[in-house]
Design a protein around this ligand. Structure first.
Ligand SMILES: [Zn+2]
Length: 67
């Protein structure tokens, strides 16, 4: 079984529309174009994880872990 390719995505909304902010002394800062998340962390996710992130972002009232 081939390893799944992981993609760096926004931890909030699952978007891959991430850009580096000009960091300076804080180092790398990512900026999500989709939800305006700004921070040093991104998630390495496969397609299923990305899908789950996007769904929980769109439906925040839905309890996690269901389904
Ligand atoms: Zn985002």
């Amino acid at each position: 079984m081939p390893a799944k390719r992981l993609k760096e995505v926004c931890p909030v909304c699952g978007s891959s529309e991430l850009y580096y902010e000009m960091g300076g002394y804080t180092g790398k800062i990512y900026h999500c174009k989709n939800c305006d998340y700004v921070g040093p962390l991104v998630v390495e996710a496969d397609e299923e994880m990305i899908k789950a992130l996007k769904e929980s972002y769109r439906n925040p009232e839905k309890p996690a872990g269901e389904g």
